[in-house]
Design a protein around this ligand. Structure first.
Ligand SMILES: Cc1cc2nc3c(=O)[nH]c(=O)nc-3n(C[C@H](O)[C@H](O)[C@H](O)COP(=O)(O)OP(=O)(O)OC[C@H]3O[C@@H](n4cnc5c(N)ncnc54)[C@H](O)[C@@H]3O)c2cc1C
Ligand code: FES
Ligand code: FES
Length: 471
């Protein structure tokens, strides 16, 4: 049985664990305020909140219910637009109404729920704006300016609150209904997904993390399949530092990375990098292992971790082995792993004082878009000499690429425009882009060259590179 709280109601259901939460909400609970738009995580019309206890704190995140299986609701508080409704309009709804931020109204429940999640967030190391909170919500009518004004009014109100008081403040200020104050206590009695070993050898179950990749491709068949749900397994969670090594559980999400004090400390431009990955709702669900195993040539986290020369720990539940991430990809969506093996951990050496890391991505729109070409670089520079340099590139071949020859070339080189021009030539010899809907092969080659220049421009003082910047 899957057990959770839906708005105020206790749910205990024996329906298939792989059934989409969206279908459960609309067709089994008749809560039709949650809308169906794209069913692919793109429009935000189906946004709901998940509240869960983390280290004794109740943490809410927005997710797209069209990509979330019922199993991932276990032990959580699921909030739909009906769950934030009050006698009259709540403060968020009133701001949207006052600013004319709704027209046909189809997208509005999704925006309201995303903003409710924003109001429930305690401020953290990662300072998200109200507009960031709705970056996964699309509106076809308003032109967004009225929505931005409504969001600004809500942010202004939140400026009055003190730290650690998000839920009480929301209740006292007519932002959310009073029952939210009881949820922490009510969730404490729920059975949470246990420590699991992931798969057992010979078990034909499919692995599933956040579902943001698999449900887009197989939403009609997955509910009937045997699935090993990994997202909430305790042994696959958490980000730790052990000496110079950073170790991530396979089911760490993009948001977990963004909010991690370790990542914030060692990657000063982290917010800029991660802002380029999908949207708030998708980041709240998408796991690092899912990004790696889906094998997409343009997976952003894969490209990020390839440049850090990360390693993965694979296990079939009985035996385990380690593999450099760069050895995982054999060909388009072909991996150096058996069907039984799951990723248990990902680890890499943390950047040191002479390290310089950068991530770049070009896509057609800023949010909710996969890359045309992406790239990351990790340089260790001492006295103007590159001691080691790793570059990864996505969208320029059948797999995410660790540029081996480029890494060999970079060793003991002085940073100069000439060196960068030679590096780009070598990188070009290591890629094999094809022309497709995202651009021609020639365009992608040009883009990778420009991204390599962008890496150096962002990492090395600009006066070194006046000519390069004009090129
Ligand atoms: C609207 C939208 C926007 C997106 N934007 C981006 C983007 O900007 N950048 C980007 O890189 N991606 C993007 N994606 C793709 C996707 O969100 C990411 O690839 C995500 O990291 C996948 O993680 P997941 O946990 O949701 O994967 P899932 O769908 O759960 O799984 C993906 C694959 O990994 C396997 N798997 C999961 N966990 C494990 C494990 N521990 N061991 C072995 N196999 C495992 C599954 O069996 C499946 O084959 C987007 C997706 C959507 C829907
Ligand atoms: S229906 Fe569009 S994001 Fe879910
Ligand atoms: S008000 Fe019509 S889609 Fe947003």
């Amino acid at each position: 049985m899957i057990q959770f709280i839906l708005n105020q109601k206790e749910i205990s259901t024996g329906l298939p664990k792989g059934m989409l939460l969206l279908d459960f909400i609309r067709y089994h609970q008749r809560l039709t305020g949650t809308k169906i738009g794209c069913r692919e995580g793109d429009c935000g019309a189906c946004t709901v909140l998940t509240g869960e206890l983390k280290n004794g704190e109740l943490v809410y995140r927005s997710v797209t219910s069209c990509l979330m299986p019922l199993a991932n609701a276990q032990g959580k508080h699921i909030v739909t637009v009906e769950g934030v409704n009050m006698g009259g309009l709540n403060f968020i709804q009133q701001c949207f109404s006052d600013q004319g931020a709704t027209q046909c109204g189809f997208c509005t429940p999704g925006f309201i729920v995303s903003m409710a999640g924003y109001c429930l967030r305690e401020t953290s190391v990662y300072d998200q704006s109200g507009v960031d909170a709705v970056n996964g919500n699309i509106c076809r009518c308003t032109g967004y300016k009225s929505i931005e004004r409504a969001v600004a009014n809500i942010e202004e109100k939140l400026n009055e609150r003190t730290k650690g008081n998000a839920i009480n403040f929301a209740i006292e200020n007519n932002i959310l209904p009073a029952y939210f104050s009881t949820i922490k206590e009510r969730l404490a009695v729920y059975h949470l997904p246990v420590n699991g070993t992931g798969n057992q050898q010979g078990n034909p179950a499919k692995f599933l993390g956040g579902g943001t990749d698999l449900y887009v491709q197989q939403h009609d068949t997955l509910p009937e399949e045997e699935i090993d749900f990994l997202l909430d397994k305790n042994n696959l969670k958490g980000i730790e530092q052990s000496g110079n090594r950073c170790i991530l559980g396979a089911s760490v999400t993009v948001t977990d990375i963004l909010e991690s004090p370790i990542f914030q400390q060692y990657f000063p431009a982290l917010n800029k990098h991660i802002k380029l990955v999908s949207s708030t709702q998708i980041r709240n669900m998408a796991t690092v292992a899912g990004n790696i195993i889906n094998g997409s040539p343009i997976g952003d986290l894969t490209i990020f971790f390839l440049a850090l020369d990360a390693h993965i720990l694979l296990s079939d539940g009985i035996t385990a082995r380690e593999l450099p991430l760069r050895k995982l990809f054999k060909g388009y969506k072909a991996l150096n792993k058996t069907a039984d093996e799951y990723i248990d951990k990902i680890y890499f050496e943390l950047p040191g004082p002479n390290s310089h890391f950068n991530f770049e991505k070009v896509c057609k729109r800023t949010h909710l878009d996969i890359a045309t070409v992406n790239s990351a670089i990790h340089l260790i520079i001492e006295d103007d000499i590159i001691l080691s340099g790793f570059i990864s590139a996505g969208g320029v071949g059948p797999v995410p690429i660790f540029l081996e020859n480029s890494a060999a070339f970079l060793k003991r080189k002085q940073v100069s425009p000439e060196m960068i021009t030679s590096l780009i030539d070598i990188a070009q010899s290591e890629i094999s882009p094809i022309s497709d809907a995202r651009g021609t092969a020639m365009y992608k080659r040009l883009l990778l060259g420009q991204l390599i220049k962008a890496h150096f421009i962002s990492l090395v003082p600009k006066e070194h590179f006046k000519d390069l910047m004009n090129a």
